[in-house]
Design a protein around this ligand. Structure first.
Ligand SMILES: Cc1cc2nc3c(=O)[nH]c(=O)nc-3n(C[C@H](O)[C@H](O)[C@H](O)COP(=O)(O)OP(=O)(O)OC[C@H]3O[C@@H](n4cnc5c(N)ncnc54)[C@H](O)[C@@H]3O)c2cc1C
Length: 460
């Protein structure tokens, strides 16, 4: 089938949601994603209202050999939620969340954001590990692994996934769980968007809140001592604590910010946090007993859509004094204009109690990850900001493992993609050969199938 006025009309008539072409009002808004560096012009955008729209879109794209991009929350810094000249399956209108408080489970549609999800589950005092910025989509985040403030107590977002409804490359709707399509279920937990369009995710929930959370910020001249303390304290901390350490330059000046969330008994949390709060002379300390929603919104103001982003990340292999000196020296000597950050995120705990091969997410043993982040507004500043991000990462790189977190990876080439899937790459290739041999789902951190079937010939 070719893409022409007739085929587009028929396709539009088959949808419950909206089909946008470049001439339509709303097209330009619909092609924007969180990272303003991305400026792509899809041929068609399907704003799906129902699972049947997703099936129709996958079938139409396959039959017309249009490449497909899948949009959940649109947060990927890579910008893989949109593509040039292809078809975007936009799930952002599919946001229903239903909670079963007795079973402690929630089912959320594929375009839900963590803000929507947390609001629905916190109504029952429940939550699961999710993104630390509410506008992030559950889709991309869960499929890539999903780190968040509860990860040390309850594991990654993907570790809490109980089942998923998936439209595969041949347009079939299947359920993936430990009981059905178990191989696909394994691949969805860390394999990114490579294996199909997930129309709904079912999660395990946990009682969460109030938590002991907030920020404590030290001046830069105390950063070295505070980071040495943090390395030992966070490594030995109980699972209830997640504490991130971020060298940050903001319009209010530079500093070292610790952002903490203790999801257990408040009294016990006070004891755990006391040594941090008694360290040096902080400029600010907002740590208090607060609803989980309060900590989940700590970064909402900082991460507004429409800004330009450059990110680079890795898992920490060696958190030595040399590593601390290297990043602090760099930050002080090459002081960036706002907004820049070197964030050390707190892993370990329940994340590391799942075996490397139990899910597609491979980096289970790292205790910390590091994220170099640059955010700016003016396109004229792009070159300078990207160059700073690269210089900064180069200083941190000797202390990192070779791999990367799929969800933080930019457009960094095939070697880095393979490294990000790490020890599970070959098994993911086998799954790609089985579920998407024509690589219909290719706008992602792509696992290339080893079969070379054309898109239109793929029927199972
Ligand atoms: C401000 C900000 C904060 C972040 N915070 C965190 C964090 O706390 N923890 C963390 O782990 N990551 C975090 N990330 C990274 C985040 O996990 C990725 O950007 C992820 O891709 C976002 O998912 P999304 O659905 O919003 O992305 P999108 O850009 O919509 O999608 C990215 C890719 O995911 C796939 N995809 C998305 N939804 C579906 C679906 N329903 N079915 C099939 N494929 C799908 C597609 O391949 C798509 O190309 C953050 C990113 C940003 C920009």
């Amino acid at each position: 089938m070719t893409v022409n006025g007739n085929s587009i009309r028929q396709f539009r008539d088959s949808l419950r949601g909206q089909l946008l072409v470049p001439e339509n009002e709303g097209y330009d808004e619909a092609r924007q994603v969180f990272n303003a560096m991305i400026d792509r012009r899809p041929a068609l955008i399907v704003r799906c209202a129902h699972v049947t729209d997703v099936i129709a879109a996958v079938n139409f794209a396959r039959e017309t050999e249009l490449p497909i991009a899948v949009r959940g929350g649109g947060h990927s810094v890579l910008g893989s939620a949109v593509c040039d000249e292809g078809l975007v399956i936009d799930l952002s209108g599919m946001t229903n969340v239903s909670v079963d408080p007795d079973k402690r489970t929630a089912r959320a549609a594929g375009g839900t954001t963590w803000g929507d999800f947390d609001r629905a589950t916190q109504a029952y005092g429940l939550a699961t590990t999710g993104g630390i910025v509410p506008s992030t989509g559950i889709g991309g985040l869960t499929l890539g692994g999903g780190i968040g403030r509860l990860n040390r107590k309850y594991g990654l977002a993907c570790d809490n996934l109980l089942s998923a409804e998936v439209v595969t490359a041949d347009g079939t709707l299947v359920t993936a769980s430990v009981d059905e399509h178990e191989d696909l279920f394994w691949g969805l937990r860390g394999g990114g968007g490579n294996l199909g369009v997930v129309t709904s995710f079912e999660y395990r929930l946990h009682p969460v809140g109030p938590v002991l959370g907030g920020e404590i910020i030290f001046p830069l001249d105390q950063a070295r001592t505070a980071l040495r303390f943090y390395r030992d304290w966070s490594t030995d901390a109980p699972d209830e604590l997640r504490a991130d350490a971020t060298l940050v330059s903001t319009p209010d000046g530079p500093g070292l910010a610790f952002e903490v969330c203790y999801c257990g008994e408040i009294d016990a949390g006070e004891k755990v946090l006391r040594p941090l709060r008694q360290l040096g002379s902080p400029m600010l300390d907002t740590i208090d007993s607060v609803p989980y929603a309060t900590v989940q919104n700590l970064l909402t103001e900082v991460f507004q859509p429409g800004m330009r982003h450059y990110w680079k990340s890795g898992f920490v292999r060696e958190f030595s004094d040399d590593a601390i000196n290297a990043i602090v020296d760099f930050f002080v000597a090459d002081m960036p204009a706002p907004f820049a950050a070197i964030a050390i995120e707190h892993l370990g705990g329940a994340v590391s109690r799942v075996e490397t091969h139990d899910t597609a997410f491979a980096y289970r043993q790292a205790k910390h990850s590091i994220l170099v982040l640059r955010m700016w507004d003016d396109p004229a500043d792009s070159e300078t900001n990207i160059a700073w991000g690269r210089r900064c990462y180069a200083r941190a790189e000797p202390f990192l493992e070779g791999g990367a977190y799929v969800n933080y990876l930019g457009d960094e080439g095939e070697t880095r993609v393979r490294a990000a899937y790490g020890a599970n790459y070959e098994r993911l290739v086998a799954l790609k050969n089985k579920y998407d041999p024509a690589n219909v789902f290719r706008f992602n951190q792509n696992i290339k199938p080893t079969s070379d079937m054309p898109l239109s010939a793929h029927q199972t």
